[in-house]
Design a protein around this ligand. Structure first.
Ligand SMILES: Nc1nc2c(ncn2[C@@H]2O[C@H](COP(=O)(O)OP(=O)(O)OP(=O)(O)O)[C@@H](O)[C@H]2O)c(=O)[nH]1
Length: 229
């Protein structure tokens, strides 16, 4: 079920009442070997739509905030060890009134990216409630990642990075801070998930087990070293 309109122009626009995904399901015809469903979850305004648009189009939706209505998806194919992995990424509405709609989609998802906003204490506090919902509605072996978004807003930060790390450790899930505005760690989050899912699905006999925590830590170090060169 989707409450958003479709079009073919391939751009995301805002019409003043809701965010509309144009070219819905774009790149569906692109060749891929394996496909997975990923859902973006978290309170309203944490940046889920911007996060998806940054990954898909490399652009930031600036301007006034317009809440998502219902749920919709976009596709992106990424290469993982010569395997083409199609991620079908579902952007959900964070507002409480759409919760019953989004619950119906949890069951099919292989990965959940759970976002909070580092400038919003309530969005961070609500992560526990989101995780309770996830455990109730999602598959037992779903890949979960915790993301502290809006890391570019350092001056307005109210949640320390260490608090995010601590919560993630408590639930045994990987964590990173991201910015849908600057793009920091956006691709890394999706790539890490794609790699984890691909390794689970097509594990070669002599291949070492993929460790998502280690991969993220190594890539985070690399990207922070290179950003400042
Ligand atoms: N500075 C900054 N602003 C961001 C970032 N991500 C999103 N925003 C802004 O935060 C507001 C909310 O972003 P959305 O992506 O619409 O939030 P959402 O989580 O999809 O909200 P719902 O659709 O209601 O669930 C918008 O004004 C965005 O421009 C970010 O990383 N940095």
């Amino acid at each position: 079920m989707s409450f958003k309109k479709e079009s073919r122009s391939g751009k995301v626009v805002q019409n003043g009442t809701s965010k509309h995904f144009l070219e819905r399901g774009a790149s569906t015809n692109e060749y891929f070997d394996i496909a997975f469903k990923v859902m973006l979850l978290g309170d309203s305004a944490v940046g889920k739509t911007c996060f998806l648009v940054q990954f898909k189009d490399g652009a930031f939706l600036a301007g006034s905030f317009i809440a998502t209505v219902g749920i919709d998806f976009r596709n992106k194919v990424v290469a993982v060890d010569n395997v083409k992995v199609k991620l079908q990424i579902w952007d959900t509405a964070g507002q409480e009134r759409f919760r019953s709609v989004t619950h119906a989609y949890y069951r099919d998802a292989q990965a959940l990216l759970l976002l909070y906003d580092i400038t919003s204490k309530s969005s961070f506090d609500n992560i526990r409630a989101w995780l309770t919902e996830v455990h109730e509605y999602a598959q037992k072996d779903v890949v979960i990642m915790l993301l502290g978004n809006k890391s570019d807003m350092a001056n307005e930060r109210v949640i320390k990075r260490e608090e995010g790390e601590k919560l993630a450790r408590e639930y045994g899930v990987p964590f990173m801070e991201t910015s849908a505005k600057t793009g920091v760690n956006v691709e890394l989050a999706f790539l890490a998930v794609a790699k984890e899912l691909k390794h689970r699905a097509v594990q070669q006999p002599n291949e070492p087990k993929f460790k998502i925590h280690d991969y993220i830590e190594s890539q985070k170090e690399q990207s922070s070293c290179c950003r400042f060169l």
